[in-house]
Design a binder for this molecule. Structure first.
Ligand code: SIN
Ligand code: FE2
Length: 213
């Protein structure tokens, strides 16, 4: 597969102060991460949340860890339980915490202990429009974002919505970290193209680790 040829050769691409794309950083553990995602989705299903304005999001989501990000007509927030089931979100697999801490450490953020992990599932046609991660109380601790499966175009903008974003391809096993002065950068994911990846089939998964409190 074409994108596999390039994967192993990519290394760190600096995006800003405290921000970089770490090519292949999660590659060795990617199969395990995906199998955890399947286990987690048996405990809390993927669902398409509604935006505040009542639009169905094209990306399907679930959470694991103490807190989970939710969106509905009353807005965006973190909750300790899944509104669909009333049960606590499934616990973090230890590998998730370990990987997130190692990626943060790689960028100089010591002792990163996330309390939330949003799991996004993109099917072809799904996209995530340009946004800032605003709903966390901590606006300095990094966001650690792990790409799995189909490649995507990650949009990396500026501190204002009207700055034209740079476009970076993110591949299976790539990790993007942004924290410190880059923590509030606008970012998003362009419309996912059709494709097939041996590890995930026709989808892209993304894990984003956050420190909310
Ligand atoms: C996000 O901004 O929450 C997800 C980014 C991605 O899917 O790469
Ligand atoms: Fe985000």
């Amino acid at each position: 597969m074409l994108f596999d040829l390039f994967e192993g050769e990519r290394s760190r691409l600096t995006l800003g102060v405290g921000a970089a794309l770490l090519g292949g950083f999660a590659r060795e553990r990617a199969d395990e991460l995906i199998s955890h995602i399947h286990d987690l989705s048996a405990q809390a299903p993927f669902r398409h949340m509604e935006t505040r304005g009542g639009k169905r999001m094209s990306v399907a989501m679930l959470n694991c860890g103490p807190l989970g990000w939710v969106s509905d007509r009353s807005g965006y927030r973190y909750t300790a339980s899944d509104p669909l089931t009333g049960k606590a979100w499934p616990a973090f697999p230890p590998l998730f915490l370990d990987l997130a801490a190692r990626a943060a450490q790689e960028m100089g953020f010591q002792d990163f202990v996330p309390d939330a992990c949003l799991i996004n599932r993109y099917q072809p046609g799904a996209r995530l429009s340009l946004h800032q991660d605003m709903d966390e109380q901590d606006h300095v601790a990094p966001i650690v974002s792990v790409s799995l499966g189909l490649p995507a175009t990650f949009l990396w903008g500026g501190l204002h919505r009207n700055m034209r974003p740079a476009r970076h391809q993110v591949f299976h096993g790539d990790v993007v970290v942004w924290g410190g002065p880059s923590r509030m950068i606008f970012h998003g994911v362009d419309v996912l193209k059709d494709g097939f990846h041996p590890a995930t089939g026709t989808v892209r998964f993304n894990l984003t680790f956050r420190k909310v409190r």
